[in-house]
Design a protein around this ligand. Structure first.
Ligand SMILES: CCCCCCCCCCCCC/C=C/C(=O)SCCNC(=O)CCNC(=O)[C@H](O)C(C)(C)COP(=O)(O)OP(=O)(O)OC[C@H]1O[C@@H](n2cnc3c(N)ncnc32)[C@H](O)[C@@H]1OP(=O)(O)O
Length: 719
């Protein structure tokens, strides 16, 4: 709703729908009625619109987009009287004015804001466009070029920049409502005609600008349709009179809002927030547990991961001690940190001053004892259980009793590591993804004794260092890598059966993954997987050779080992599944030598090759991984499907416009997913990953949407 009061001739209208004042039906109706009242009241000389609480408004209520229609009045109906009023209307902005919130402000004649306020049109991120005049009014205010930038990127613009662009008329430092009232009084009597945006003309930027922008946007937001629709709508503001432009905008909005991409992107928006609300099996959760303060941190291991994690901490202002046993490795790690900071400055992601500030809070040491006083330590040495246990035992003695001990292991058992200490409640996994400074996911893993306070601390830390933290339970390889395993295994089987690695990658990239599986393997280094496979086999008492095709009756494909044994380690050696010309170069070209190696391998084992379609490639890789996802849910390793989707989006770049693998399965209908998995299980009986998940079998008999899956899990502990 919207509150109305008359303060000495100033109508003060408050958008009231905390926490973000989303423009629900009630708010739109309230705003429309309040504007009418102010318009009709002869005592009222000017009008101020502000938001209740911290925010002006975060825009349309996204939940209303799920239905088939949006109840009138729409934002444009609600604001018509602001536009037409002869009494000056001022938007007084604190916090955020986003999407429809900014559109309300653009219907006003003036806009003032606090120094920390932010404005923007983030609609592209939820698969739509500013559909309440934003694409027609913003170009009339700040021109076509800046409008394209703001609307196609969805970025938030801070107060200073908004003032420079002309979105804000003034930045004010005192109470926003009082400032709004004073500002409105000061413009009473000044003709508002020139301030009405609909009356302004958009400068003709020429059609070439749009041709160039279409190419840019197609490259930068590959696969996303909303940014292209935004360009069409902005172009209409230049080519058509205001009313016709508005009609065109609405038409484009309606097409987008009913698209599959919008549905998936809006699901992702809420999934991220649902996933942030974590819960432990004990019932403790994000509402009940409080984090410990982390004023200082330590990182052990200055390799690629350790250096990347330290960088995340120091750029978030957390004084950090980076420890490495060898001075030379330590210096190399510091160089990596410095190089990445320089790169960020060059790319204008931070200022030189911010980079200097970050490096000033980094300390280095070759002595674990220097971690005695830090609040949290993240161990990032290589994947060796004995070594990690040794380090944790030492840390337990060195660190103060409240210090939280985290491990960046990607697969090892958290409980076994915790057993090396006398503070098992304070041991937790914080699994970062390479490159740690870039990838958003932080997979936090609790052990059987990890306390809620410890979990709350690493979840809060993740947010603070601008990651997306997701909580998972402990199991072999946790969630991300456990699901990656059947996905990668199927890729290799597909290659054995006749698809080339390049066809596999093409199918995945056409689907929307940022990189195909084989390009990712080359980037990570084929030798890493090679070592992990050898170590895992050793732990299980198995000897792997490149001739191994079955392990305990289960089909395996060790083609990657054959490549490693030929010196093809990936990008680092200049060749892997692809050829890169020379070590370290990034441009990948298909390599006939690899195809010959595969041919030879298939001949040796008498494997019949066949033509494999891109549809089969996608189905086998994705369904194998989705089946594993259901097993993870069924075992309670995560508490909700949204966790898995967020892990794939932020850990592996699953396209947001496809909503994550579990959402994708939901869209395919679970009975189809289950049927296909059962068929694959019949056709490939030697792959355990095709054994259908019991939870999937149960869910496939129901019509439950993804938002209700957990209700079935919770009501059927014995599946
Ligand atoms: C349906 C058919 C239609 C037919 C055609 C009809 C035509 C009608 C034309 C309509 C034209 C509309 C045009 C306008 C479009 C829009 O405005 S789309 C929305 C654009 N805005 C956004 O995308 C902003 C989204 N929000 C955020 O980015 C952040 O929430 C924030 C504002 C920056 C605040 O962040 P933070 O402080 O971290 O809080 P959060 O945890 O993110 O949010 C708090 C809770 O609020 C919920 N929420 C936030 N924004 C919205 C929203 N816009 N709608 C609904 N709910 C929202 C969020 O989910 C949180 O909820 P809980 O998780 O339950 O706590």
């Amino acid at each position: 709703m919207a509150n109305y009061r008359n303060k000495g001739g100033v109508a003060v209208i408050e958008l009231n729908n905390p926490p973000v004042n989303a423009l629900s039906f009630e708010v739109r109706s309230g705003l429309m009625n309040a504007l009418k009242r102010a318009h009709d009241d002869k005592d009222v000389k000017c009008i101020v619109i502000h938001g209740k609480g911290k925010n002006f408004s975060a825009g349309a209520d996204i939940k209303e987009f799920g239905g088939t229609k949006q109840q009138k009045p729409w934002i444009t109906d609600a604001c018509r009287l602001a536009d037409e009023s002869s009494k000056p209307v001022v938007a007084a902005i604190a916090g955020t004015a986003l999407g429809g919130g900014l559109e309300v402000a653009l219907f006003c004649h003036y806009r003032i804001g606090t120094p920390s306020c932010r404005v923007g049109f983030p609609e592209v991120q939820i698969g739509v466009l500013p559909g309440a005049g934003g694409t027609q009014r913003l170009p009339r205010l700040i021109g076509v070029k800046h409008s394209i930038d703001m609307i196609t990127s969805g970025r938030h613009v801070m107060a200073e920049e908004a003032l420079k662009l002309g979105i804000l008329d003034k930045i004010v430092t005192d109470d926003i409502i009082e400032e709004g009232i004073q500002f409105a009084k000061s413009v009473v009597g000044i003709d508002v005609g020139g301030r009405i945006l609909r009356n302004r003309k958009v400068e003709d930027a020429g059609s070439k600008v749009f041709d160039d922008e279409i190419s840019r946007v197609k490259k930068k937001y590959k696969g996303y349709i909303a940014p292209l629709f935004c360009l069409k709508a902005i172009q209409a503001s230049m080519q058509l009179p205001y009313d016709a432009g508005m009609e065109q905008e609405l038409k484009l909005f309606q097409q987008l809002v009913s698209s599959g991409q919008a549905k998936a992107q809006q699901y992702t928006f809420f999934a991220e927030r649902i996933s942030a609300r974590w819960q432990l099996p004990s019932g403790a959760n994000s509402q009940t547990a409080s984090p410990l303060p982390v004023k200082t941190a330590g990182v052990i291991g200055a390799g690629t991961m350790g250096a990347g994690i330290a960088l995340c901490l120091i750029t978030s202002g957390i004084p950090t001690v980076l420890v490495e046993q060898d001075q030379k490795f330590l210096e190399k790690g510091v160089k990596t940190v410095e190089g990445d900071l320089r790169g960020s400055v060059a790319l204008k992601k931070m200022t030189a001053e911010q980079a200097n500030k970050a490096i000033s809070v980094l300390k280095t040491s070759v002595n674990l004892e220097d971690l005695h006083d830090v609040d949290l330590v993240i161990e990032a040495v290589y994947e060796n259980l004995a070594l990690k246990k040794e380090i944790f035992a030492k840390l337990d003695k060195i660190c103060k009793s409240k210090t939280i001990l985290c491990t960046n292991t990607s697969s090892l058992d958290i409980d076994t590591i915790a057993e090396a200490t006398k503070r098992r409640d304070k041991v937790v996994g914080t699994h970062f993804f390479a490159p740690a400074y870039i990838m958003k996911l932080q997979e936090n893993v609790y052990g059987k004794d990890t306390s809620a306070e410890t979990v709350a601390t690493v979840m809060a830390l993740g947010k603070r260092i601008r990651k997306v933290p997701v909580l998972v339970g402990t199991c072999d390889s946790f969630v991300a890598n456990r699901m990656l395993h059947p996905y990668a295994t199927e890729a290799l089987f597909l290659v054995e059966e006749g698809a080339s690695p390049y066809e596999v990658d093409q199918a995945l990239e056409d689907f929307g993954m940022p990189m195909g599986m084989f390009r990712v393997s080359d980037l990570s280094g084929l030798d890493i997987g090679y070592k992990v496979r050898k170590e895992a086999a050793k732990r299980r008492g198995i000897e792997l050779t490149s001739d191994t095709r079955f392990v305990n009756g289960e089909r395996v494909c060790l083609l990657a080992n054959v490549l490693v044994e030929k010196g093809r380690l990936g990008i680092k050696s200049g060749k892997g599944w692809y050829n890169y010309g020379s070590p370290g170069k990034r441009e990948a070209t298909p390599d006939p030598e690899v195809l010959d190696t595969i041919e030879e391998y298939c001949r040796k084992y008498d494997i019949k090759k066949r033509k494999i379609s891109s549809q089969e490639i996608l189905e086998r890789m994705q369904l194998a991984m989705i089946n594993e996802g259901f097993k993870i849910l069924e075992e309670g390793i995560v508490s909700k499907p949204e966790d898995i989707d967020i892990i794939w989006i932020y850990g592996f770049g699953w396209p947001k416009y496809m909503g994550g693998p579990m959402f994708y399965a939901n869209e395919m209908k679970l009975k189809n997913v289950y049927r296909k998995i059962r068929d694959f299980h019949q056709n490939y009986p030697f792959s355990i990953h095709w054994t259908p998940s019991k939870l999937l079998a149960r869910l496939s008999e129901t019509d439950l949407p993804i938002s209700k899956w957990t209700s079935l899990i919770n009501s059927n502990s014995k599946l």
